[in-house]
Design a protein around this ligand. Structure first.
Ligand SMILES: Nc1ncnc2c1ncn2[C@@H]1O[C@H](COP(=O)(O)OP(=O)(O)O)[C@@H](O)[C@H]1O
Ligand SMILES: [Mg+2]
Length: 274
């Protein structure tokens, strides 16, 4: 699968001179679920800002759908329709009076016909399970509901790529599990999903591909199915191993579990033990 989004030899520095990305080349394959890992300050959020044209690389190129991104207004509008970003802090993303109004904002801005706007808003509300709260003021939502409202706002744009910056931060385990179900449903619909997270267990359970940034460069990009080949690098990158992977390894060395391929979830591990 050719990448739907790609950065080629990208370098990016902030105006104060902080170099956030350097010599970064990385492609995101169409239809895959990618988890981006890396310590605070590794460059994950900066990469996301480049991927939908919020920031422009100092050197190198960003490619969408096989063509270099252009930075005129029209091209950027087009890019942002196709590549939706859900930012880490929902309060920076929600600004309208009610959830419904907030979700309508993008489609209204696209100048879509009324019927289509309504249909997109209802579909987005339903996708994130917020239909019953549609008229609720955005300030009167729980943190998890705000996060879902932000996702709905991006979904209403009908993006081909959905990027989420630390979507699991601040969610309790059942909420994170619900998020995983939602992201998988979107992936099933053909949307390419890329997220940054510090939750290695979530990443290992959910992602097709794992990608690790370190100080603005790519440490590695591997299929989660090939995790064994890269696991040894995790501690050196300041990352813990997924617990399911670690426990499987111990059990395997003790001869208490069969099979070569490590399970990816608690349920898979338990099933293998039975
Ligand atoms: N607005 C900014 N101005 C200056 N430096 C920034 C800004 N935003 C991020 N940085 C710096 O850029 C680097 C990468 O940050 P970031 O992309 O936010 O990393 P991550 O999302 O992986 O935590 C860090 O050194 C960070 O301090
Ligand atoms: Mg970040």
């Amino acid at each position: 699968m050719p990448p739907v989004l790609e950065v080629r030899d990208v370098e990016f520095s902030y105006p104060d001179g902080t170099r956030a990305l350097q010599s970064l080349s990385l492609g995101f394959a169409r239809g895959r679920r990618t988890a981006l890992l890396g310590r605070n300050g590794a460059g994950k959020s900066t990469l996301f800002a480049l991927l939908n044209g919020i920031e422009r690389p100092g050197r190198g190129e960003v490619h969408f759908d096989g063509a270099p991104v252009a930075y005129d207004r029209g091209s950027l509008r087009q890019l942002r329709r196709s590549v939706g970003v859900v930012f880490q802090d929902p309060d920076t993303q929600l600004f309208s009076a009610s959830i419904r109004e907030d979700i309508s904002f993008g489609p209204v801005n696209l100048g879509l016909p009324r019927g289509e706007i309504q249909q997109r808003v209802e579909a987005a509300l339903a996708a994130v399970g917020l239909t019953a709260l549609a008229e609720r003021p955005t300030h009167a939502l729980s943190y998890g509901e705000k996060k879902r409202a932000c996702i709905a706002g991006v979904l209403a744009m009908d993006p081909r790529v959905l990027i989420l910056d630390e979507p699991t931060a601040g969610l309790d385990p059942p909420m994170a599990a619900e998020l995983m179900i939602l992201l998988n449903a979107l992936h099933e619909r053909g949307i390419t999903v890329i997220l940054a997270t510090h939750d290695v267990d979530f990443a290992f359970a959910w992602a097709d591909d794992l990608c690790v940034l370190q100080e603005g460069t790519l440490a590695f990009h591997a299929a989660a199915d090939d995790f064994s080949a890269v696991a040894e690098h995790f501690p050196g990158l300041g990352l813990e191993l997924p617990w399911v992977y670690e426990v499987f390894g111990e059990l395997w060395r003790k001869g208490a579990i069969d099979g070569e391929t490590p399970p990816r979830t608690r349920a898979e591990l338990l099933a293998r033990l039975r």
